[in-house]
Design a protein around this ligand. Structure first.
Ligand SMILES: *Cc1c(COP(=O)(O)O)cnc(C)c1O
Length: 390
């Protein structure tokens, strides 16, 4: 028998995130003719306004697919079978992207980390400097590794590529950072930015994105990987007038338009500052509990989620089960080598101070209920920080 829970469920996994009512109301409209005039106006508006969120002046493609589809699109539109790609294995999501590259007959070169920090920029620089023949066609980095709560420094990656005078494309997965953590497609010289709808963009799952540089667009002319559904060219052609080459996710696009409006109303710098502040409050709570944050390098702390290590001999999954059962809150699980070793607190998307205090209160009560050794006062430490930093 499932227990009845009064009150709202707390969806504090690091994506999908809580969808704001304004976005839900926008999605809850009759589906329209995706070849009619109303749609064309909507399409133009979204395709234009979305650029600001990626901090780009170039085109952003929207796929009716999860983020994984946009990963494939980034590779398939720009590369050829046998191309070497430099990939940073910073955690579980980076590993999945690596495996996709292998299945697509690319030749990944891996740079590993201990899953407690972002991409190793020095190692990227060395690998590129060694590649005198320019066999490496792309450098692929996950901006915010959602399995570890570590954010890679894309500005530093760009500098390393420039210092090596290497012509490889730069591809960045921002699925759990876009619209939560400062990210600059144009300024950082990124060629393909991959994003998804269900995290910082505050939408349900089902849309994903590629922001594209001129250099990436040029690469499509010689790219030899097979592509059909993911092909940028028919998409860009149809997008010129606000339409799509196949049926778009019409109602999700209503929601996307509202979500982008909300982000621009708040102002992107304010959105990023809000996420930074909630992340800092969360880390203070974790430290007060006497627990450890998975990210070991403060320069790589994630502002969209915090992965928390449980003490040896304790189960993160058992703790999450207790919290779900007693307090009706979902937290993220440990993935790959972190299975059962960490739980992940998502603090991204449509999220305010009181939701954070509720979340941390739920974790603290859960630690007690599950018998995980800790010191009390974490939620109080977060209150003290938030109240002192309004
Ligand atoms: C969620 C996530 C993905 C996977 O996206 P799907 O929408 O599940 O296909 C990939 N990369 C990162 C960094 C993510 O956070």
């Amino acid at each position: 028998m499932t227990q009845y829970h009064a009150g709202r469920h707390f969806l504090q996994i690091p994506g999908p995130t809580n969808v704001p009512d304004r976005v839900l109301r926008a999605i809850d409209n009759p589906t329209i003719d995706h070849r009619g005039p109303t749609f064309g106006r909507l399409g133009m508006e979204i395709l234009t306004n979305l650029r600001a969120v990626f901090q780009t002046k170039g085109p952003v493609i929207i796929y009716p697919a999860s983020g994984t589809g946009a990963w494939e699109a980034a590779l398939a539109n720009t590369l050829s079978p046998g191309d070497a790609v430099l990939m940073c294995r910073t955690g579980w999501f980076a590993t999945l992207w690596n495996e996709m590259a292998l299945r697509l007959d690319l030749k990944p070169i891996f740079i590993d980390t201990d899953w407690r920090r972002g991409a190793d920029v020095a190692a990227i620089g060395v690998a590129l400097a060694d590649d005198k023949a320019h066999r490496i066609k792309a450098v692929c980095v996950v901006h915010n590794e959602t399995s570890t709560g570590c954010t890679s420094r894309i500005d530093d990656v760009r500098r390393a590529m420039d210092a090596a005078h290497h012509p490889a494309l730069l591809m960045v997965d921002t699925i759990s950072s876009l619209a939560s953590i400062d990210y600059r497609h144009d300024e950082w010289g990124v060629d393909v930015t991959v994003a998804g709808s269900q995290k910082g963009l505050m939408l349900p799952p089902g849309l994903s994105f590629n922001a594209i540089s001129d250099k990436a667009l040029k690469a499509t002319e010689t790219a030899g990987l097979h592509r059909s559904y993911w092909d940028w060219r028919p998409m860009l052609e149809a997008n010129k007038t606000g339409y799509f080459p196949y049926t778009p996710g019409t109602n999700l696009l209503f929601g996307l338009n509202e979500a982008v409006t909300m982000l621009l109303e708040e102002g992107l710098p304010n959105v990023f500052a809000r996420h930074d502040r909630h992340a800092e409050a969360t880390r203070r709570a974790v430290r007060t509990w006497g627990l450890e944050v998975q990210c070991a390098d403060p320069r790589h702390y994630s502002s969209s989620l915090t992965a928390v290590r449980v003490p040896e001999g304790h189960s993160a999954d058992a703790l999450r089960a207790v919290i779900l059962d007693k307090y009706n809150m979902s937290l993220g699980n440990g993935l790959g080598i972190l299975k059962d070793r960490v739980f992940r607190i998502g603090h991204l998307g449509d999220f305010g101070d009181l939701q954070l205090i509720g979340t941390l209160g739920g974790v603290e009560m859960g630690l007690r209920a599950a018998g995980v050794p800790h010191k009390p006062g974490g939620a109080q430490a977060a209150i003290d920080y938030l109240a002192g930093n309004a």
